[in-house]
Write a protein that binds this ligand. Sequence first.
Ligand SMILES: Cc1ncc(COP(=O)(O)O)c(C=O)c1O
Length: 389
Amino acid sequence: MLRKAGFHFTFEKGVTYLDHGGFGVTPAPVSKAQQKHRRRIEQNPKAFFTYDYPDIWHEVLAATAARFRVEKDNLTFVQNASDGINAVLQILDLGEKDEILTTNLTYGGIDIAAEATARKAGASIVRAQLPFPATSRAKAADYAGALEKSIGKRTKLVIIDHITSATGMVLPVREMVAACRKKNVPVLVDAAHVPGQVAFDIADINPDWYVANLHKWYFVPRSCGIMWTADKHFEKMRPTVMSWNTNDPSYALRFGWTGTRDVTGIMSVPDAFRFMDGYGEENVIRHNHELLTQAIGILSDAWKVKAQTPPAMYGSMTTLPLPAGLTKHFAADLAGCLKIQKILIREKKITASVPLAHKGRHYIRIAAQIYNSAADYKKLAKAVLSLAG
Ligand SMILES: Cc1ncc(COP(=O)(O)O)c(C=O)c1O
């Protein structure tokens, strides 16, 4: 646990929280700042939205662009990663037989959105098969090659996850994007879990779109996402909810007003930056990665299982098989996984995700955050063994 970090989070007493990636968790100082923003709005909502909010939106966007080292004109706020990715899906000009390429590791909600978009146009979805688990010999070229093999003449968009959801793998997106460039196909990087979990450089990755959440690992209150778009796509981009700004010449500003909504997430971005800076982003990332490595050791010893990913391919979140003994009591399918997850959360007071059944085993996803310590994973190890007996 980082210095005093436990005090900043308001979990229910007795709960061990090992799913930071699920929905993010807002630290108390940031929640307090958000309340202040809320009070400010309520003092005079008309005046606030008419005269104050437009400037706030620009200021916060400029600070966000500076922090993530991108041009402000290429960046905008979206509600969340799903919102940004749907905005891209809606501008695709798909014909019959065209294809959207996702992968076997794509986040389920995005895969469903891509499939629905394709189906509406009589197009189809193709899923590249990326290696999982990853061995210590896994190379970036294995992932780029597996993706490239699935890009066809009718591929109109490739969606790749920078950090995969159920399996927590940090994919070699730079090389995977390069494979798409070679085939001249637009590529969207779903980085829902990236800011705050691993360092990233959008210019180096060179995608067409890079869509991320700040409410997961960057301590911003739900919900707040960002979307970076390459200049060549500016003209077509529209928000998923069109309103007054929809015809604005600025790509970013078109997303600046999507109807009346809670804007306190965006207003709290500078407060979350301050919170992160109090610990230092690099320290947070290093702490979480090292703690996760320790957690993998504790759990794999206790459960007699192996890490699924080498350390270079995880950040602060990974997946592990649960002990084989659980398959005697729970079906080795998603329904079985959800039963285990509910027992852990409701009865054992351990919040973790059990998102995957694979090759006859249940998989648990664990996360490490500044409020966690080794004792949390020891508690999980014991609780799971008590279910496997
Ligand atoms: C890889 C990935 N993409 C997209 C999403 C969707 O994020 P949101 O619900 O904030 O839109 C998630 C959520 O966990 C995710 O893991």
